[in-house]
Design a protein around this ligand. Structure first.
Ligand SMILES: *[C@@H]1O[C@H](CO)[C@@H](O)[C@H](O)[C@H]1NC(C)=O
Ligand SMILES: *[C@@H]1O[C@H](CO)[C@@H](O)[C@H](O)[C@H]1NC(C)=O
Length: 181
């Protein structure tokens, strides 16, 4: 009995001595967690017979506002692998809303789910909610959650305008999404 206890004490002491080495890397990803990077293109189609973004509300003052302050849009935007809306593989849809939340600057509040309908993430979703200052070259928004393979997700998305048709408002935006899950 006593010998066993002594052995146990010795093992515990060894374990304690080894602990600082493992604690030296506090940023290490917990077992089972990984980081996934997804690059895709988001298409806001305003023009044509089949728009993927519709305005559902606006303030009485929106039309006189330079920033569109108070406008609310609903989107069901295609997400494709490459930049070509019609030529590239459809990976899913961005479903949600965005609203003009900037009185003096063009600043959107994005609130959307990336719903994957093809490829390796088919059936999973990623929830993105955050500020999109559209005139900035790179806009960063938080990933606040997910479902399917993205359960427990957290991370961030970076948006860069790929093309913007100033006449129609049609836009293609490159999204790089970094997700821990
Ligand atoms: C994509 O196809 C639709 C319908 O076929 C067409 O109206 C639209 O102009 C095309 N868009 C691009 C960017 O080629
Ligand atoms: C995505 O998953 C659904 C449901 O499992 C399946 O019916 C569909 O064929 C899949 N789509 C692709 C493109 O793999």
């Amino acid at each position: 009995m006593a010998a066993t206890a002594a052995l146990l004490m010795a093992l515990l002491a060894l374990a304690a001595a080894a602990t600082p080495a493992t604690q030296a890397t506090p940023s290490a990803t917990p077992p089972g967690e990984k980081t996934t990077h997804i690059k895709l293109y988001w298409h806001d189609v305003v023009s044509g017979p089949n728009p993927t973004v519709v305005q559902v509300a606006r303030a009485a003052t929106t039309s006189s506002s330079k920033t569109g302050f108070g406008a609310v849009m609903v989107i069901d935007d295609p997400l494709t692998e490459g930049p070509g809306l019609n030529s590239s593989t459809l990976l899913g849809r961005a479903q949600g809303t965005y609203m003009s939340a900037g009185k003096d600057d063009v600043s959107l509040l994005m609130n959307m789910n990336f719903v994957f309908t093809a490829g390796r993430y088919n059936g999973s979703t990623v929830a993105i909610m955050g500020r999109n200052a559209v005139s900035s070259a790179v806009r960063e928004m938080p990933v606040v959650g997910g479902t399917g393979v993205f359960r427990w997700a957290r991370g961030y998305a970076q948006a860069r305008t790929h093309t913007l048709d100033l006449k129609t408002g049609d836009a293609t935006v490159e999204y790089n999404v970094f997700i821990k899950h």
